[in-house]
Each structure stands twice: as C-alpha cells, then as structure tokens.
Design a protein around this ligand. Structure first.
Ligand SMILES: *Cc1c(COP(=O)(O)O)cnc(C)c1O
Length: 417
C-alpha cells in the first residue's frame, strides 16, 4: 500500500521526538531540507546573543572574560559536543573553522607518523571527499613532503599498506550521504600501521558517532550544520587521549599556551585538547553555537542520538521511496541500505538538477544543488516531520511533471548553490 498523507500525519502524531521542533524559529510554511548546510535558528539563540552583547559585553566589558566565564566557553561547548560524538569530557574544544581544525589535526597526525613510522609518505583519502579537506591535505602534503593519494570509497582498504601514514576521511559524504564504517576502517588503518583523521561535518548531531569506541586518532566537525550553531559557527576538534601529550599544535597561539597570561616568550602547549585553541575565542559565535548544541542535547530525555538517528533513517527512507516511486526521471544517488546512509537523500539528474532545486525552493521546499548533477536533501530529525518528507516529495513530482524547472529564472546560477 503506498503511503498517504494521512499515514505521514499519523507517524508524526506517534513521534516521541515531535516536541523538539518547538525549539526552532522555523519560517511558517517552509519545508527546510538544508539543515546539513546551515541548521535552523534555535528560538533561544537571539535572546542569548542579545544578552551576551548588551549585558556581558555592553556592561561587563573586559571583566566579562572572568565574570561571564568567556574563557570557559570553548571547553564547555566542547564538552557538550563530546557527548554527541562518543568522546569524553575535556577531550573536545570548539574553535576556528572545520578547515583550520583539519589543518591542525592532520599536521599533528603527520608529525606522529613521521616519528613512529618514518618511511611512510602517503595521506590516503577519498576522491569525492569535500574539496576543502582535499585542499588542506594537498597543501600540507606539499609543505611536509607527503603524497596525497585519492581513491574511490570501495578501494580505500587496498591503499592501507606500509606506505600509508594517515587515512583522512569524511564520515558521511557531502554529496551522496554515503556513510563509512568508522570502526572497521579505523581498525584496518591501524593494522596497516596508519593513523586516522575523521571529519564529522555531516555526522555530528545527526548520526550516532563513537570516536572512543572506534579508537579513532583525531576528529573534527562543523558547528553550523546539524549542530545549528549559525552561519560560520566555530567548529570542533578532538584528539584521542592516547595521543594527549604527543600531538603538536602547528598554529601555536597564546590561547593554546599552558599559561597565556604569564606572557612568556616561549611556547609551552596547554595540556590536552586546549592546545588546539589558537587566538582569542569568538565569544558571540560560541554563545550561539552553545544554543545550537543544546537543541540536540535536548533530545537526551527522549532517547538521545539513537532516537534521533532512528527518526532520521525513517525520514530519509520515506522520502527516498516516495521520490523513487513518483519521479522516475531521477536516479537515487544515496545508499539504499539504511545503515550506510547519513541523514540526507540525494538524487542525480544529468541536465536539470540545478533548475529543479531552484523551482522547489520557489515552492517553499529548500534543498540544494551540488555540482555537477546532484539534488541534495538533508533531514534534520530535530525539526522535520514525516508530513514534511511527504509534501516535499509531492512538490518534487509536481516540479518535474509540470516542467516548472524550464522557467528562465531557475536556470541562472547564483553564487551560492
Ligand atoms: C561543511 C564542511 C566543511 C566546512 O568547512 P569550513 O571550514 O567550515 O568552511 C568542511 N568539510 C566538510 C566535509 C564539510 O562538509
């Protein structure tokens, strides 16, 4: 029996996570399937940022570094994120961007590899990894005398050999939503004598991640996607405690110093992950990020990440099935197997992916286009309903059947797709 709109409404009525949607200031009537690119504004954020601006900054001024706990923000938000990625307290800090954090951890991993296994020359990654990850790796490889080797996802294990220093992967692929088996690949890398660096940009807050369980070496992730931290929110960084006193900070700044206010001329790294701070923390952005992370932690009484993940899987499966049944023009580009798919569903069309996405946006269904041929739909279980997945599929069918994508205004490329 094909699913009806009433069936979708019935699923929402039974959804134990449904109350979490009220945390968000979602524009009326919008179906937002782009929380994997920029999460929705939490209701609490505007009020909290206003308080930081007017009271903490405006009145407290410089004294707020102490009295408002500004210095504790980066580790405090880090501790909250740690609960979402299987890391321990004191193991994560929120700082800088994902790109910059990748530079730090990849540099540290290369340094450890050079010391422990000097002959190894290769950084192995996936050809379809997010470009900034590949650019950072390419640049570090050039600077440090390593070679960046790119492989297709299925061929990665073949590249884990005595030449491999570091396996650097994004857990969930940004274009297809394909999810790697972090534990298995980390095990394979370790038995080949290599270290692992994981980018959790499309995992943190949507997929249950167990960094310690997988015994990963380093991880980074994004604050503005499923963590709802706001545009350009600080990212986060984790290092396995077994490397605690060994990983070097290539951007050795005073905030990562053991005693920044002693103003000594020599660098002495802070213990543990705090050394991955560099300059002065972005207080306003960290305050907003904390509100975003809190929206995910608010799921804890309802079953936490396993419950969010179960809903995400149900939403993506429903949407994929509906679109496959109703839009034969589109090819599913995401894994059909639930356990290999992150929190997004992607379809490919060789010619009209871009204008179809634009026509959908005009109907109030926000997904995005990823060059050259992908229509991408992210499903954030915190604020999406089953009826949203149902309605979005029907809008997509209508755009295709009525050929709305032909309209000239949908065929002009904007700067940000
Ligand atoms: C979103 C994303 C980034 C973003 O990096 P920024 O430094 O925040 O621009 C990096 N890597 C991956 C895999 C991403 O999905």
């Amino acid at each position: 029996m094909p699913m009806t709109r009433n069936d979708a409404l019935a699923l929402d009525a039974q959804d134990p996570l449904a109350p979490l949607r009220a945390q968000f200031a979602l524009p009326e009537g919008l179906i937002y399937l782009d929380g994997n690119s920029l999460g929705v504004l939490p209701r609490r954020t505007a009020e909290r940022v206003q308080e930081v601006v007017t009271a903490e900054w405006g009145v407290g001024l410089i004294g707020s570094w102490n009295s408002a706990g500004w210095m504790q923000l980066a580790p405090r938000v880090g501790d909250k994120i740690a609960r979402l990625v299987g890391a321990g307290a004191g193991e994560v800090v929120a700082a800088d961007s994902t790109s910059v954090n990748l530079f730090k951890v990849l540099s540290a991993a290369l340094t450890i590899a050079r010391t422990d296994a000097p002959g190894r020359q290769r950084i192995v990654s996936e050809r379809s990894n997010f470009p900034t990850d590949l650019y950072i790796a390419e640049s570090l490889a050039r600077e440090r005398g390593f070679e960046l080797v790119l492989a297709d996802a299925d061929e990665l294990p073949q590249h884990l050999d005595s030449r491999c220093a570091v396996l650097m992967l994004t857990h969930v692929n940004y274009r297809t939503g394909r999810m790697h088996d972090m534990a298995a690949l980390t095990r394979a890398a370790h038995s080949a004598g290599a270290l692992t660096v994981w980018d959790l940009a499309h995992s943190a807050g949507a997929v249950a991640v167990d960094l310690r369980g997988a015994d990963a070496d380093f991880a980074i992730g994004c604050g503005y996607k499923y963590l709802n931290g706001g545009p350009g929110a600080p990212a986060f960084v984790w290092a396995n405690p077994k490397h605690a006193e060994r990983f070097w900070q290539p951007l050795a700044g005073w905030m990562g110093h053991a005693a920044p206010f002693e103003f000594t001329p020599g660098y002495r790294p802070a213990p543990g992950i705090s050394r991955y701070l560099c300059g002065t923390p972005a207080v306003l952005s960290l305050a907003a990020l904390e509100c975003g992370v809190d929206t995910v932690l608010a799921a804890e009484p309802y079953g936490g990440l396993p419950a969010l993940r179960a809903k995400s899987v149900a939403l993506t499966r429903l949407f994929a099935e509906l679109v496959e049944a109703r839009c034969p023009q589109l090819a599913l580009a995401s894994p059909r197997e639930d356990d290999r798919r992150g929190s997004q569903v992607c379809f490919a069309h060789p010619d009209i992916a871009y204008p179809v996405v634009r026509a959908l946006i005009a109907r109030g269904v926000v997904g995005d286009f990823r060059a050259p041929d992908i229509l991408r739909f992210g499903f954030t279980p915190l604020y999406l309903r089953f009826v949203d997945a149902f309605d979005a599929a029907l809008h997509l069918q209508a755009v295709l059947e009525q050929e709305e994508w032909r309209r000239p205004e949908f065929n002009q490329r904007e700067a940000v797709t």
